[in-house]
Design a protein around this ligand. Sequence first.
Ligand SMILES: [Zn+2]
Length: 488
Amino acid sequence: MSKCVAAIPLSAIARLSLVEAGGRSMAQVKEALGCDWILNAWFYSMATGKAVGNLKIDGAVKAEAPWNSWGMTWDAVNVRMDVVPDSGGRNYLSGVELLTPGRGPGAALSYDPAYGGKRGRSAMMVAGRHLILYCSGDGTGDAKTPEGLRDELVEIGGQYADTASLRALGLDSGGSSQCDFSGGRRITSARRVAGYLCVWLRAAGNPPEKEESMGKYRVTPSVGVNARLGPGTSYGKVGAYPMGAVVEVLTIQDGWGRTAEGWVSMAYLEAAEPRATDTGLEIQADYIPAGRKNRPGGTNPGTYITIHETGNPDPGADGLAHAAYLKGAAEDAFVSWHYTVDDRAIVQHLPDWETAYHAGDGADGPGNAESIGVEICVNAGGDFEAAKANAAALVRLLMAEHHIPVENVVQHNRWSGKDCPHTIRHTEGAWEDFLALCRGTGAPASALDEAVDKLAAAGLINSPDYWKAGDYSAENVQALLIKWAASL
Ligand SMILES: [Zn+2]
């Protein structure tokens, strides 16, 4: 065969890995790993075997060039083009920029002269929801110039996505070009290259090993939302979701969530399923309506968590009562915060990524604009110890979701000098005890959870939640065993 093209739906991919050959042939690597598709990948020095450009494999940086470029990157299976190394995920590689946000069809390419001429070519492309792998044999009628390859990729990719959103990277070429795709489509070469891109197909009926998720959200605006290349309106549009679409948010950064299609402003999304603490307590959303004076919107990077006490000893002054207060009388007082926690419930009043008025340090102060405000109820008849434990469980959830260190869990007092949280401040050791609860020393982990955390820390698994849930596909267990054996 002189040319092989594979268009793989992203949803069908179980794993996508960059694999160091270590002197093995393509056939030996494929046999050892049992992958469904294999393609030569990164550029390397023929003299030293060392990777050229930027390369990161499963969290370990293997090559670091002193420049940023467009490369392909992914954490689990969500491959995308982004700026590497700066915006790269757990895996990335650089190569020849064939189709990038700034380099569409017909644009001049930039490459080393040694890459030019009519040669066998390898490339990877993201076209909509498909990963396209391309390989042609050196010295065959399908050998092409870089420009010819780019034009052919535009033609192929156009079947899956609009031309402006095609992203393609040229991989090592010439005698290095080789592949073995599902269905026996193969281009062989005697050359043993430095590394390969390996793809595993998801077994029918089995879930893929999933990336950690921030949960599912529903698109709220009637006109839908744009998905962008990065977290901000300055990034180009790469897709869109209609109103009502339920999307999985993989990470949240600066008020933007990363989804399968691209980055979406969290302001246009609402949680589609309840969030819950590690103690199983669900967060009840009861938002202050948009447009109220005590819901200023704005942004909130979630750098800090600010702890308050309500200071209201009335017997009925629980979480839901404060939700009603925030939607009523609090408006004219310009008072708001994100969560109220009592001994039975956690009620959320504002999305985490919005500014709120609780810290007394001004509309743009770090307390109001950079912290998430949590009020603990002190209502008579309520169990204050249970309320504090629930608040600590919420803090653990927020710390994990927003990557907030426990050092940034602070008292209201820090921002304005107010004597709040009052009871905690006036009880010997109570603040230290609360922080200990926030660190999780109060929540015993199961033996399985501890084992999973150990394996995650050792870099053997990427999705702790999936493994803690205890429901595995045989394929994922096999992949773990192979990775485990390779690490010995
Ligand atoms: Zn306070």
